[in-house]
Each structure stands twice: as C-alpha cells, then as structure tokens.
Design a protein around this ligand. Structure first.
Ligand SMILES: [Zn+2]
Length: 601
C-alpha cells in the first residue's frame, strides 16, 4: 500500500486494487469493432423516419434499434472515459472518448425525429399501438411519459423557436461561470504561520477549516471581496436566469416556474412546499447546534466562517483500505445477504480503482453502463472521510447493478432523487456500525460531529437555498423586479432565521446568493435535502429491524427508472408528499446535537 508522499505510478499498484476494464472490452481492437457496429446501427435510423405511424411493429423496431445503439454507445464511452481517467496524460484515450461522445450526439440527431413523430399520433391510438408492441413491458413507461409531456408541447413553429432560444437563455449561466471561474481574482491572505497565500476556491475551503479564528475571518473577508465588487453584474446575471425560467414557464404553459421544474420527474408541488414548511417550523435543533459551537469554541458570537471548521479534529483515526472494505461490507449487513454478496463481488472482482496515481482523475464516483457492471473510482487516502465516500459510491454502484440486471434498458435510468437515497443510506448504516464499535469518547464525538456537519451541508443549507429560489422566482412571477440589495436582504433574513439567535450575520455572508452555481439550474438543490430525509427515514426503519424492509428496499433499487421517484420511495413506506420524513430527520438531528452537548459537559 502506497504510504509515501510521492504519487505512485500505476505500475506500482497491485492488480487487485486496479480496475479490470477488460470486463468492458478485451482490448482497443474490440472497442474499434463495436464502434464500427454502432456506426452501422446509426445509419439504419433513416429507414424508420416518416413511417412510425404505420404500425405498432414499426414503432417498436425503431425504439428497439435506438436502444440497442444507445447501449453500445454507453459501453464505448465507458471504456474510453474510464481508461482516460486512469491517466489523463495519455492522449490515445482522450481521442477515443471524443469519438464516442461525437458518435453519441450524431445518434441523438439521427433519432431526433422519433418524439415529434410519435406526438403527432393521437393519444388513444398511440396507447393502442403500444399495447400491441411485440413486448409490452419495455416502452410502456416511455410512452406514458411522452403522452404526459404532450400538454406542454407547442405547435411546430413555436417548438422551432424554443429550440433556438437556448442559445440565448443559457447566456446567464455561461457569463456567471466565466466570471466566477476565470475572471474573478481573489486577494491573498496569511495562513496560521503568517505565509502569504493567494486564494483559490479550494484554498479558501482549507483555510476556513483553520482552528485559528483570525485566519477564518480574514479568509472569509478576502474570499467575498471580489463578489462584493461585482455584485451588480452577478445580480443582473442571476435575474436574467430567473427571467429565462419564466420565459419557458409561460411558453410551455406551466402555472409557475416551480411547477415547470418539478414536472420533469413528475414531483408534486407539495413535496417542495412541505420540505420548506416542515423545516422552518422546526429549526430548534440547528439553533442549538450553533449555540453548541459557540460554547465549544469559546466565542462570543458565531459567524458563518465559524461553521466550517470541524468541532473535533480527526485524531488517531487512520483507516487502512482493507479495513475500510471490511467495515463497508459489515455495516451493510442489515440490507440482507443478497445485497452483501453483490457488494463483496464489487471488491473482489476489481470493480474499484483504489489509489491515487499520477495523472488519475480526482475525487470519487461510480460509473455504469447498461451492459457491464459498474466501476467505482476512488483516490483512497486512509481517512474517515474516504471510508464514508467508499460506502457512498458503493451504494450507487449496487443501485446500478441491481437496476441493470432487473430492468430493460428504457427503464434503467434512475433519477438523482432516488440515487442519493441508495448512497446516503449506506453512509448512515456505516455511521451506526462505527458508533456501536467505538469505545473512545473522542472518536464518538468526532463521528457524531461529522454527521451533524454533513446534515447542515446536505440538508439545512439546501432547504434554505430552496426557499430562496422560491422567493426570487415568486417575485419575478408577480411582475416584480430583483435587485442585488433585495436578494442580499432576503439572504440576510433567511440566514438569521435558519441559524438562530446565537448566529451573527456579518456584512458579507448575505452576498452568498451571488456565488452559487446551482442557482443556474433552478429548483435542483432541494433534491439533496429530500433524498437525505428519505434515506434517514429508511435507515431508522432498518435499525428497528422492520420485517420485509429488505425485500422492499431491494425492490425499490431494482425498479430503477421504471416509475416516478415519489412512487418508488413509497415502496419503502416513504411518502415525500407528507412532512413525516422531514420531521423524522429533524428529530434525529436534534438528538445528535443533544448527545454531543451532553458528552462535552
Ligand atoms: Zn452520490
């Protein structure tokens, strides 16, 4: 196991800790052969165009041939991209990745006639035709979704204009990214040792974790100064993005921007509203947590820059990879024997690429294509954080694996709404397992505080962002105008409300609205909070040892994208249209805060 500071080469890593990408293609020649096959399939698309209305068979054959092509395309991309990410300095796989991506967009263009042509067919007739497909359980959900989308599809001429409009409406996002990622320059600050550090986003995060309050404060002020200098530009950019949402909402005849955004996954509006309402009714746990930080850090006031550094340092808590694997497997025991067999297989059959090596992609992810098992990329570094990341990514991998084995390709794409349940549930089980094992109070406190901070980031912050998005859209919808002053004032009020009386909102924190990239994909972040609440609810049921839950849970994972996410969660008894899952999450959070408080008295 590489312990040295120097980043190893791939040749230095044992095979069992490296991906076996030969599971996708034996070699590059096999990739090339499949690429040629995909090109051939792509050329067939033309023969279906203009003929779909002729018979159920002609529709089915076209959809089937499209699926077959997509399966190959995703396998081609998978092999090229994963090889590339193992060493980004090798240009050969960059070229293969680009070729696969180009072929995918050509395929999209070649089959772009399908949906408009199917939508021309009258609804009752399309249903009748779908009932006579050679196989009726493959495209039924697809057809149902197509029919559901129909009422928001406009005339051919309007659709043509809407298709062209994206060139203009994606402007705000592009302008924001250019400013935020390229043009904004952060000043320098002094670290704990007095060294002058030029700030970047990554360095700011590190410095905000400092145990020295002076370093945190100076970093915060330096980090926000360019946003303060550009607040009018950033305000205009976000306002334009909201106006673009309103443009699509009106042209597609939705009642509100929220409705337009939630319609894609058929999420009822109550889900969004009840998330915010239930949380805002019960912020005491978060207020208590701010008070606890104030006490433990011995500060008079808590500012936003005192919320990031860990309450307890990660002391003497190294986790070797082999130990991590054992813990991830053992902690998943409540999910049943079958789940654990798949999980072991992932570790033993080289689905995981473990160590950081020269040129390898950073971070961690699980990647899957329909016809091959998933692969998990790690940059494992023996920390507790990495142990949880491993559990998280394996949760995604098991979800993909079970879905792809159970579903036909058209139903294999699950939404993020359920995906983050499959991953965070494993993190929750791991935490529970570790808390049962630790004997040392320090480690117990470290684990609990880590969990609490994770909930603040994944749940409370996201709910507050969701509330802010709702407010700024409502303002534009009622014909009002947004200004940087108004958005700043709104952020200040919400921050005070969420974080409570022991939190002091300084001058710069309310500018945070101006630097959140996710606001350019509106009404997206709430899903982090809803998934978290759903997974906490399922977790508490697992820990109670409820009967049949294993079966239900596996059924939900296997269901993949065969139904709407809200319906899938109901399989496990979670109804996100009611406040219950959010209330349970808030209760658990408050209990964890109380426990840390008690252990530190
Ligand atoms: Zn995830």
């Amino acid at each position: 196991m590489p312990e040295t500071k120097k980043i190893p080469q791939r040749t230095e890593i044992v095979d069992k800790h490296k991906w076996n990408l030969a599971d996708i293609y034996a070699d590059d020649a096999a990739w090339e052969a499949d690429y040629q096959k995909a090109k051939g399939l792509l050329a067939q698309a033309r023969q279906f165009a203009g003929k779909l209305a002729e018979s159920p068979k002609s529709i089915y054959q076209c959809l089937h041939s499209q699926s077959e092509l997509q399966i190959i395309l995703s396998r081609l991309y998978q092999y090229a991209f994963l090889n590339k990410d193992l060493d980004n300095r090798v240009s050969k796989y960059q070229a293969l990745t680009e070729r696969a991506a180009t072929l995918s967009s050509e395929a999209g263009a070649a089959y772009s006639f399908v949906e408009p042509e199917l939508l021309q067919i009258d609804e009752a007739r399309l249903n009748q035709m779908a009932a006579r497909f050679p196989k009726t359980d493959e495209y039924d959900f697809y057809v149902k979704e197509l029919i559901r989308s129909k009422k928001h599809i406009r005339s051919e001429e309007v659709e043509e204009v809407l298709a062209l409009s994206s060139l203009v409406t994606r402007g705000p996002d592009t302008i924001f990214s250019m400013l935020d990622d390229a043009d904004l320059k952060y000043p320098s600050v002094k670290d704990e040792q007095g060294n002058e550090i030029t700030l970047t986003k990554q360095r700011a995060i590190k410095l905000l974790e400092s145990s020295d309050p002076r370093v945190r404060k100076n970093t915060h002020e330096a980090f926000y100064s360019p946003y303060k200098d550009h607040t009018n530009t950033l305000g205009a950019s976000l306002t334009s993005a909201v106006n673009a949402d309103l443009f699509y909402t009106r042209t597609r005849r939705y009642g509100s921007c929220l409705q337009a955004a939630l319609d894609g996954n058929n999420i009822p509006l109550e889900v969004y509203r009840s998330l915010i309402e239930a949380t805002e009714k019960n912020l005491n746990g978060l207020h208590d947590y701010v008070r606890l930080r104030k006490r433990l850090f011995k500060l008079d006031k808590i500012h936003s820059y005192d919320m990031i550094c860990p309450l307890f340092p990660e002391q003497d808590y190294e986790v070797s990879y082999d130990h991590a694997v054992r813990q991830v497997i053992e902690s998943a025991t409540p999910l049943g024997e079958e789940y654990c067999i798949h999980l072991k297989q992932a570790f033993h059959r080289r689905w995981v690429d473990v160590w950081e090596t020269e040129g390898k992609g950073s971070g961690a992810y699980s990647a899957h294509s329909y016809s091959v098992h998933p692969f998990v990329l790690m940059n494992y570094n023996n920390t507790v954080d990495n142990l949880f990341t491993l559990a998280h990514e394996l949760g995604h991998a098991m979800h993909s694996h079970l879905t792809c084995a159970a579903q036909p390709y058209p139903k294999s794409h699950y939404s993020i709404f359920v995906a983050e349940v499959a991953s965070t549930l494993n993190e929750g089980l791991l935490l529970h397992y570790l808390l049962q094992k630790v004997t040392d109070d320090k480690q117990r406190l470290y684990l609990l505080a880590r969990t609490i901070d994770n909930a603040v980031g994944t749940f409370f912050n996201q709910v507050m962002y969701a509330r802010f998005e709702l407010d700024i859209h409502a303002e534009i919808e009622k014909g009002g105008a947004l200004s940087p002053e108004m958005m700043t004032a709104q952020w200040r009020d919400l921050t005070q409300k969420y974080f409570g009386p022991d939190f002091t909102v300084d001058e710069l924190t309310p500018l945070k609205w101006s630097r959140i990239p996710h606001f350019y994909t509106s009404f997206y972040v709430y899903q982090y909070a809803t998934s978290f609440a759903a997974s906490q609810t399922i977790l508490s049921r697992f820990l109670k040892g409820e009967e049949n839950l294993i079966e239900d849970y596996l059924r939900m994972l296997r269901a993949g994208g065969s139904d709407y996410p809200i319906e899938l969660l109901k399989i496990c008894g979670v109804d996100m249209t009611t406040p219950a899952p959010v209330e349970a999450t808030l209760k658990l959070f408050a209990e964890q805060v109380t426990e840390v408080d008690r252990l530190t008295r």
